[in-house]
Each structure stands twice: as C-alpha cells, then as structure tokens.
Design a binder for this molecule. Structure first.
Ligand code: ADP
Ligand code: ZN
Length: 294
C-alpha cells in the first residue's frame, strides 16, 4: 500500500511516502509557517504522490476523541496560528483517503513498537526530550488517549535543593519540561545544551530530573521498554546516569530482571534513529485503512 506519512512539528513538517512494512521511499520537509501557507504545500505533495492512506503524528494538544465535533483538530497550541486547525478534515477532503491521526509522540512509540526497540512489547513508552518533553504511551497493544492524551512531559518532579533556576513552563514551576527540556538547559546554564557536553554537573542535574520522571512512568504504566529520544538525548552520557538513578529511585521495589539485571536494554535510545515518528505515521495510515474497513 502507498501510504503518506506526515510528522507535523512546530518548526518543520516532515512528509514521506512509504508502505506498511515501514519502508520509506521518499521524504521531503517544509518549514512550518501558517496553515494558510503550509497546508496547501503538504496537500499538493501528497496528492501528486497518489497515496492510498495518510497517517499524521502531530504536535499538540490535539483532539483525538472521534465523537467530538473537533476530532482531528489541533486545539489550544501555543503555536497560535495553528490553533483550531482541522488537520484530519483538510487531508480527508483533499485526498479522499483514510487518515490516521495521533500525537507526534504516540506516532513515535508506535514506530518503535512496530519496527524498532520495542518490537514485541505490549506496553512501551517513548519519551522525547527536545524543545519540549512529550511521552508516547502504547499500553496493552494500543495507543493511550484517555481523557485527552498523555501530557507526561509536564509531570511534577522534586526540585534539586541546589537548583535555583525558576523553570521555563508557564503553567508549572517544577515540571519536567520546565526544568529539563532543551530551552531550560540553555536558560539555566547560558549556552545551548549541545555546547555543554563536557560539563558534568549539567548532565548530573539533567539525569536527576529525567530519572524521577522515568521512575514514575515505570511505577504507573509498567512499560516493558523505555525509549528516550529527542535532541537532548544526543548527549549519550545521559543514558548510564539515568539508568543508575532510576535503579536507585526504585530501590529494589520492582522485582523484575529487566530493571535489576537488564537496565541497559530496558532504558534505550530509539532503534530507528530519527525515524520513529515518520515510520509510526505510516502505521497510523495503515491502521486508518483497517478502521475504515470495519
Ligand atoms: P524538537 O523537539 O523541536 O522536535 P529536537 O528533538 O531536535 O527538536 O530538540 C531540540 C532541542 O534539543 C533544542 O533545545 C536543542 O538545544 C537540543 N539539542 C539538539 N541537539 C543537541 C545535542 N547534540 N545535544 C544536546 N542538546 C541538543
Ligand atoms: Zn509544565
């Protein structure tokens, strides 16, 4: 099947053509401007490619409730031009094919479950630590939506006693995203995260926050695999620090080999490199075709 995949981000729109086996044959990206400028570019691209289905992993918040009048919309995003943009409707109308839709991070976890580090898992999470922090949740064989969709980047963490940084989240003084996403690192230390690679205290503090959140996700969601991606996780020295701190925080309570003996294979980078989101979007397209048949 010829599937169009869209990874809709705040800075760029990654478009790809591929199939249900996760094989990509073409990829282009467009800068995210306003919907008036960008949507026609995206639609033109997918129309010319004659796709049979579309899958979209989208920045949010988004409306995933199929019973809602605004299903498939981007809702109250801080990227104001895109607030109330009807993503699913626009593609359905222009292309006349089934359109699958979910959050960017749910797309990414689906990609890793189908083709990457979480293959064979019934329950897994994908955490992106970049400009923001988001968590995609695949639980008991399906993507978690619930009330809205998980917003687990905003979980509350205990502040390090020596961390006097105010936090970057306008909603929560002590949430993970506000204390540990790329912009928070830059504001706290005065340099972009990529230029702080050699500064041990930066990564000690960063892992102090990430590990708390990961321990909480393990305690609440019981994932069989924890995948950590996004720009900040290019700092590979974070992985051993996070693993050690997670084991310490859980303190032997979760008596599972995956944690007690296999932590190096339990908390891992994405196996699909930069592609979990776009390959997950292919699967959202494939699933939309199956849903349309039922
Ligand atoms: P986005 O979250 O916007 O989709 P990314 O996942 O690439 O994009 O995240 C961008 C953030 O990651 C920026 O805040 C940037 O400072 C940070 N970042 C990018 N590359 C690196 C790197 N090599 N090391 C540390 N931080 C990085
Ligand atoms: Zn927050």
């Amino acid at each position: 099947m010829r599937i169009g995949a869209l990874e809709a981000g705040g800075t760029k729109m990654v478009c790809a053509i591929g199939n249900e086996n996760g094989e990509l044959e073409k990829r282009v990206s467009f800068p995210t401007q306003t919907p008036e400028t960008t949507m026609p570019e995206l639609i033109r691209f997918f129309k010319e490619e004659q796709v049979e289905a579309m899958g979209i992993g989208c920045f949010g918040p988004v409306d995933l409730n199929r019973k809602s009048g605004t299903y498939g919309y981007i809702t109250s995003t801080p990227k104001l031009a895109w607030a109330n943009c009807n993503m699913v409707g626009a593609f359905q109308q222009a292309l006349g094919v089934p359109v699958g839709f979910d959050t960017d991070v749910n797309g990414a976890v689906l990609g890793e479950v189908c083709f990457g580090a979480a293959r064979g898992c019934e329950t897994a999470i994908y955490i992106t630590i970049g400009t923001g922090i988001g968590v995609g949740v695949y639980v008991n064989g399906g993507l978690l939506h619930g009330l809205l969709h998980p917003e687990a980047g905003h979980v509350l963490v205990a502040r390090h006693p020596e961390d006097k940084y105010a936090g970057k989240c306008p909603f929560h003084p002590d949430c993970l995203e506000g204390l540990a996403a790329g912009p928070a690192i830059m504001e706290r230390w005065g340099k972009p995260a990529a230029q702080l690679a050699g500064e041990e205290e930066v990564w000690e503090l960063e892992s102090y926050y990430i590990a708390q959140a990961v321990a909480n996700y393990i305690l609440t969601l019981s994932p069989q695999k924890v995948i950590l991606g996004g720009g900040v996780m290019h700092q590979e020295q974070l992985f051993p620090l996070i693993r050690r701190k997670v084991v310490g925080l859980l303190n032997g309570y979760i008596r599972c080999g995956a944690i007690l003996q296999g932590i190096d294979e339990y908390i891992v980078p994405p196996a699909l490199g930069d592609d979990p989101g776009i390959k997950g979007a292919l699967m959202l397209g494939k699933n939309a075709v199956e849903d349309a048949r039922n």
